[in-house]
Design a binder for this molecule. Structure first.
Ligand code: ZN
Length: 964
């Protein structure tokens, strides 16, 4: 019944759409806008049908020739080498002045050099810029198909509302993942018989990731911009078009609902402007409203789903740090019809789910229709609130500039904790709660140890959270002395000195900011600030700019609240990571400046910053060259030398040359015309300095040899493995991707020197090792070419082969959960995160220990080759990662600790509940087995291609010298 009504309205709209445009003058030929069906062969949303990117691009190119409302824009290449397209749709009048409206949006977004009156005038004149994307997560297929339909409807429809949208708005319609759209649609459509096409189960999953390297993590790359698609889209968002609203389509809706839409639950990130949560609320509410108006039930918000706005790095979330209103929705639907189930607690209307939906067989066309409603709700909101949206973007930018130009404070849970502590000290008898009792979070006990181990405590609200008890308040002076303590001011700016050990990596860091629209300055000459001398080329980031929230979020620690649903509850899982401070992850050295400063600075106006050319000091024809091991790009250079069959050594002792002292691990490169050439190129392009020496340094040295690296992956694709694949390519390591069947076949030493197991390849299960990937298809359900990828690491077949590989001299590098194979191989090491309860060893429960994606400080023994070039203290990305303790006889077995967690507080950014459980445990260990080596890396040393500070743990483990 409902469905019939829906299809009727869709076809009515389609009929209406092909009528001559109302705006056309009499006598003109009727507009002919090709429908998706006429071009592709079916309607978007037809059962069992899905369009691929080839079809979509052919279609939009055709529309570009027919419509006077659209412009096709090539955003750049994708990871697989396709072209990524954006379609701009607006009125023909606006199209003729696109650059003008782009300029208005840019000026308001940057908020520089404008008076309020000028901003009002620009807002009046400007057009609302609205971003709508589709298909970012390609397996969530409603996204890409609704986008094709949206492009059609906005070009074809001539109703008054559409004409108003076109007049007021400029819509940026973006294919977010072309490669994935092609792969997923072709995979789904490979069955000639439509009814055999499946959207669920193992046979529905593509054999490899639907973004070449990182699959679903393509929505975790937006402060880092490692991938070309992220870079393309960030450029449109933060350097070209500055939309006021962006809408990012996802799947799937919570069971028993159709769609999750904002507003989102807390916590929100403390760095962004307070207008952001309000605007999300307003736009989200308008979307729910329109669905309900149109009789489309089943939308939920806030508590319906785990989405918060804490995380940066998603396509939607990164926009908050740029004063933009980012909307994410999660809808159900697939071309293969599927039941929408009856779920009891979804049927009672609540403030978060006002209009429950009846159980039914759900068709793709319904999802497409819902998304048209949502897109129109956003375009309508933008049209009706155009001037306010444009002006408020200016207000937020102006606020950022103001906050960066004067003393300003970001209030986080730790500051609230400090306030409560100070209040307790000031008036202990007055009933102030003892310090840390709330720890600035929800229902958190003072310490993890104080958490009740068993049943939840009674839900007695704290006095100040009970709305019927009027709190007396704390001494008001504490607002100034604690919350506005000068020692806790936000920085006015940052200086990244050019004389830091790996300055080229600091340049890579600022390039992530530049891609994200942040203004970076460079010192043209040496200068002094607050008594410290900085060389020319040092980089300066001033916080008095519109995207200050992004700057603070990349350089300051995240302070996530201790989040518990009720006292004694397990921690409430965050949406994603809780701490990611990119400058820490990348090991960048920087100074914070708390008062205004100036110097010989110029803005970097090139597309990206380049490292200053390195310098090769010393005689022209030396015995050889020394290069610091501290450069990550020393590996790029090394791999080029090895590829050319040129010798490279790691010096085992500290070396002094040309007045510089190089720590153990320095590269020694014997002179030859070819090595000089490669070194000059590396100096010029990678910014590497080298020192020529007239004699080879004395002392022990390892000569490096080209190694044959096998990187484990499997059917369906592993994101952690894909990230490593990408990383190895960036640093020019040669390698082969290998699958379980290859490992099980044995004789691994004949083909490999190193085998890398990313996080998730091995996980502990009750039955022994398994892995984190879902069920696999039956071989007969997939084409023969992909069958060699099937399989998984097993205790009985795979682990013995891996053990043999190591015993015969191979090197095994296991990260995260994959370290768990130490139990099978009986290495002298234990799980550190267990406790004895009633005589039985068991994991520490999350009520007492919980670190969901945070930066944790580790101590590093950088005298060991696998840690050469690293500082003695480093932040590691810890994501409920393993940690180890050595068995009593470990050292006699050859186990060595490479990195460990020290005493006391270890958290540098994020949320670490019960972090002292980590104290004095091992983060990274090396063990010898037979003639080979195993490296066990507990933390995520290559996490999403971000922690440049810990890449060396992996890289140093690869070109291992032969055992001495
Ligand atoms: Zn998604």
């Amino acid at each position: 019944m409902k469905l019939r009504a829906l299809s009727l309205s869709l076809s009515t709209l389609t009929l209406f759409a092909v009528l001559p445009a109302l705006s056309q003058t009499d006598g003109a030929a009727p507009r002919k806008i090709t429908t998706p069906k006429e071009s592709i062969g079916f309607n978007m949303g037809d059962d069992y049908m899905m369009a691929n990117y080839t079809q979509a691009t052919a279609y939009i190119k055709k529309l570009a020739t027919e419509s006077d409302r659209m412009k096709l824009v090539d955003l750049g290449p994708t990871a697989e080498g396709r072209r990524q397209y954006m379609v701009i749709v607006t009125s023909p009048e606006n199209l003729a002045k696109l650059d003008h409206y782009k300029e208005i949006a840019a000026r308001l977004s940057h908020a520089e050099g404008l008076t309020d009156a000028e901003a009002h005038a620009l807002a009046e004149e400007g057009k609302a810029i609205v971003w709508i994307d589709g298909g970012l997560h390609a397996s969530e297929t409603v996204g890409s198909q609704q986008l094709v339909e949206t492009i059609y409807e906005l070009n074809a429809f001539t109703d008054a509302e559409t004409m108003r949208f076109l007049h007021d708005d400029i819509a940026l319609l973006v294919f977010a993942n072309p490669d994935g759209m092609e792969l997923v649609a072709n995979w789904y459509m490979r069955q000639p018989d439509p009814t055999k096409r499946v959207s669920e189960g193992p046979a529905a999953n593509t054999p490899r990731l639907w973004q070449k390297y990182i699959g679903h993590d393509n929505n975790r790359d937006f402060y880092m911009n490692n991938m070309p698609e992220s870079t393309n889209m960030s450029r449109v968002l933060f350097r070209e078009w500055y939309p006021q609203i962006m809408y990012n389509h996802h799947q799937t809706g919570p069971a028993g609902t159709v769609i999750f839409m904002p507003p989102f639950r807390d916590p929100f990130n403390y760095h962004y402007d307070p207008l952001i949560p309000l605007k999300i609320e307003a736009v989200g509410t308008a979307m729910h409203e329109r669905l309900v108006e149109e009789g489309k039930p089943g939308s939920g918000m806030r508590s319906t789903a785990p989405y918060s706005t804490w995380y940066n790095g998603g396509l939607r979330t990164v926009t908050y740090f740029h004063n933009m209103t980012g909307i994410l929705t999660e809808i159900i639907g697939s071309p293969t019809p599927a039941p929408l189930p009856l779920i009891a607690n979804r049927q009672l209307p609540t403030g978060d789910e006002p209009f429950p939906v009846a159980p039914q067989l759900w068709h793709y066309a319904q999802s497409i229709a819902y998304e048209q409603t949502n897109n129109r709700a956003i375009l309508d909101y933008a049209s009706r609130n155009r001037t306010t949206l444009l002006y408020d973007v200016y207000v937020m930018g102006k606020n950022s500039i103001q906050r960066g130009s004067e003393d300003s404070w970001t209030i986080t849970p730790k500051r609230i904790e400090a306030l409560e502590e100070a209040a307790a000290k000031a008036a202990p008898a007055a009933g102030a709660r003892p310090g840390g009792a709330r720890t600035g979070g929800r229902n958190a006990p003072a310490t993890p140890e104080a958490a009740p181990a068993a049943a939840p405590a009674a839900l007695t609200p704290a006095p100040e959270s009970n709305p019927f008890v009027r709190p007396t308040g704390l001494p008001a002076a504490l607002y100034t002395t604690v919350l506005h303590d000068p020692a806790h001011r936000d920085p006015r700016g940052y200086i990244l000195s050019a004389d830091q050990p790996d300055f080229p990596t600091a340049v890579k860091f600022v390039n992530t900011l530049i891609k994200s629209g942040v203004t970076i300055e460079r010192a043209t000459t040496a200068f002094d600030v607050e008594g410290k001398h900085y060389p020319a080329n040092s980089l300066i980031i001033l916080t008095a700019q519109a995207y200050r929230p992004q700057i603070l979020d990349m350089l300051e620690p995240q302070d996530h609240p201790n989040d518990f649903a009720y006292p004694g509850a397990p921690p409430t899982r965050p949406y994603d990571a809780t701490g990611w401070t990119l400058a820490y992850q990348m090991g960048v050295t920087f100074d914070r400046l708390y008062t205004g400063f100036t110097g010989p600075f110029e803005k970097i106006t090139t597309d990206l910053a380049a490292p200053p050319a390195g310098n090769i000091a010393g005689p022209a024809k030396p015995a050889g060259y020394l290069v610091s091991h501290e450069y990550n790009d020393a590996y790029t250079l090394t791999n080029r030398l090895l590829k050319a069959n040129l010798p490279v050594y790691w010096l085992k002792q500290t070396t002094t040359a040309g007045g510089k002292t190089l720590a153990a691990g320095a590269l020694y490169i014997p002179y030859s015309p070819q090595s000089r050439d490669l070194l000059e190129t590396a100096a010029k392009n990678l910014g590497i300095n080298a020192t020529a020496v007239t004699v080879k340094p004395s002392g022990d040295a390892f000569q490096l040899h080209p190694t044959r690296i096998g990187l484990y992956d499997q059917y369906g694709g592993s994101m952690p493995s894909g990230w490593i694949r990408w990383l190895l390519e960036q640093f020019e390591f040669p390698f082969t991707v290998i699958y379980p069947q290859t490992l099980d076949a044995g004789n691994l030493n004949a083909a490999f020197d190193d085998i890398v197991l990313a996080d998730g390849a091995v996980v502990a299960t009750a039955e022994g090792p398994g892995n984190r990937f879902g069920a696999q298809p039956k071989p007969e359900d997939i084409p023969a070419e992909f069958r060699p990828w099937l399989g998984r690491i097993t205790a009985d077949k795979t682990i013995p082969q891996l053990q043999k590989f190591v015993e015969n001299g191979g090197t095994l590098l296991a990260i995260g959960s994959s370290t768990k194979l130490y139990t099978n191989m009986k290495l002298p090491i234990h799980d550190a995160l267990t406790e004895i309860v009633k005589g039985k060893e068991q994991p520490v429960p999350s009520e007492r220990f919980y670190i969901p994606g945070s930066l944790i400080r580790a101590q590093v023994d950088n005298t060991q080759p696998v840690a050469y070039g690293m500082p003695s203290t480093v932040d590691v990305f810890f994501d409920n990662s393993p940690a180890f303790r050595a068995a009593p006889d470990a050292s006699t077995h050859g186990l060595s600790t490479i990195a460990y967690y020290g005493d006391g507080n270890l958290l540098d950014s994020g949320w670490a509940w019960g972090q002292t459980y980590l104290n004095n445990s091992i983060a990274v260990a090396q063990d010898n087995l037979g003639k080979g080596k195993i490296f066990l890396y507990g933390p995520e040393i290559t996490f999403r291609g971000q922690p440049h500070a810990t890449f060396k743990f992996l890289f140093n483990g690869l070109p291992q010298p032969p055992p001495s």
